[in-house]
Write a protein that binds this ligand. Structure first.
Ligand code: NAD
Length: 418
């Protein structure tokens, strides 16, 4: 097996879906390349007085359907190919749920777990200044991803606003509520995962109540997904983070675990409760469960473990958790997979709502946000389910059929400039 490159995953799926759509290569050729890639060096004064230079990226994959949109990741394993793949997934995600954006992603190679708040702030501000020429409410709108959060978005918004000389709340989404964030944004991705899980189970004639689920990753997406799935009556039998997993066959006390995780830098390895077993991350993925929700990072379900999974349904809450090789194995094993570009789109949908509210300077209630989110997620789910059935393909290809069609048609209508 060669070195895993997530961008190869993107290209393989695009080719596959474009063929089903009967497109000529010239119709979708441009989609194989990001429109713009910026690599920056970020000098930062560390707390001990030394100067460290971090590497950062902003990649805009497509602006055919609107401004580029996508998160910023702070993680030691960030690299340009990963950011390129994540940017392309954003293009297709925004197209599946039909919001007027293209796709982008950013990243800085750093480890937030060992940085002080001051160091994080200085990295964020300098990174923002260096990508400022290519971002903006009409150009490219960043948001949180792995290792970043509303506080980081607040610093990005302030830095950009200082450079412009006036307040520009619409330059990033996922901001704190007090400075233009949307009610419901912090829960949106997990809420979308819950809605998607509910819709999937309903198609199979199953109830949420009492159905078992395992969630890998307890960050923003995983913890909210676990909370809302538990609140709907699902039996969350396993959860994990980078330190390892927890298992209880009768169901974990999710509110108790979330309370425990509120302590800054708390990890699941330190959590103990009667009947709870500590297990390795690999074992967590192999637990017998109806639903598995990978909500950590890419490349978690691959050729080496896809035949060991013991679930019936996978809801991809993370971006790119399953490789193309694993997809094939899962399909042959009859495991139903609902793809990332649909399942985790709740975050970007509510980011879109936040941007709309910033532009209008008019704010909605949380009920309004959640109601509109559900409408969009339900509509997108039905469309993907139906097109997959009509074409006899897996939901991943179904989602790409919709996304590629919308993106290619937008490109055709605009034409090639000049
Ligand atoms: P986060 O940084 O808040 O959390 C990541 C979690 O994964 C942490 O709990 C970490 O400990 C855990 N983790 C890391 N490596 C692991 C491993 N090997 N095994 C098990 N757990 C591991 O990040 P997040 O914002 O929750 O993002 C998670 C995924 O969801 C990413 O793929 C991200 O791109 C995607 N996503 C995020 C959003 C969003 O709104 N934040 C939206 C759509 C998709």
């Amino acid at each position: 097996m060669g070195k895993y490159n997530p961008y190869d995953n993107v290209l393989a799926v695009v080719e596959n879906a474009a063929k089903v759509l009967g497109y000529k290569e010239s119709d979708y050729e441009a989609l194989k390349y990001p429109e713009r890639e910026l690599k920056v060096s970020i000098p930062v004064q560390m707390d001990d007085g030394s100067v460290k230079v971090f590497e950062g990226f902003r990649v805009q994959h497509s602006t055919s359907r609107g401004p580029a949109k996508g998160g910023v990741r702070f993680h030691p394993n960030v690299n340009q190919d990963e950011v390129k793949a994540l940017a392309a997934w954003m293009t297709f995600k925004c197209a599946v749920v039909n919001i007027p954006y293209g796709g982008a992603k950013g990243g800085v190679i750093c480890d937030p777990t060992v940085l002080s708040e001051g160091e994080m702030r200085r990295i964020t501000r300098r990174f923002t200044a260096m990508i400022a020429p290519i971002i903006g409410p009409d150009q490219d709108v960043p948001a949180p991803d792995v290792g970043t959060n509303p506080k980081v978005m607040g610093w990005m918004m302030d830095t950009y606003s200082m450079l412009k000389g006036h307040c520009v709340p619409g330059v990033v989404t996922g901001k704190p509520i007090e400075i233009g964030g949307a009610l419901g944004r912090s829960e949106a991705t997990g809420r979308g995962v819950m809605i998607t899980t509910k819709n999937t189970l309903a198609k199979l004639g199953m109830e949420m109540a009492g159905t078992s689920v395992v969630v890998q990753g307890m960050g923003n997406v995983g913890s909210i997904s676990a909370k809302l799935l538990h609140a709907e009556g699902m039996k969350v039998i396993g959860v994990s983070d980078v330190s390892g997993g927890l298992y209880c066959k009768d169901g974990l006390d999710i509110p108790g675990i979330l309370e425990y995780l509120k302590t800054p830098k708390a990890l699941l390895e330190g959590y103990n409760a009667p009947g709870v077993e500590h297990i390795a991350n690999e074992a967590l993925l192999e637990l017998e469960t109806t639903v598995l929700v990978p909500a950590a990072l890419e490349n978690q379900i691959h050729g080496g473990n896809a035949d060991k999974l013991n679930c019936k349904i996978i809801i991809e809450a993370a971006n790119g958790p399953t490789t193309v090789e694993a997809d094939e194995i899962l399909k042959n094993r009859g495991i139903l997979l609902i793809p990332d570009i649909l399942a985790n789109a709740g975050g970007v949908v509510v980011s879109y709502f936040e941007w709309v509210q910033n532009i209008q300077s008019m704010y909605w209630t949380e009920e309004d946000v959640n109601k509109r989110l559900k409408e969009i997620m339900d509509r997108a789910f039905e469309a993907v389910w139906d097109i997959a059935k009509e074409n006899g393909v897996e939901p991943r290809i179904g989602a790409y059929l919709i996304a590629i069609k919308r993106t290619v048609e937008a490109k055709k209508l605009r034409g090639i400039w000049p």
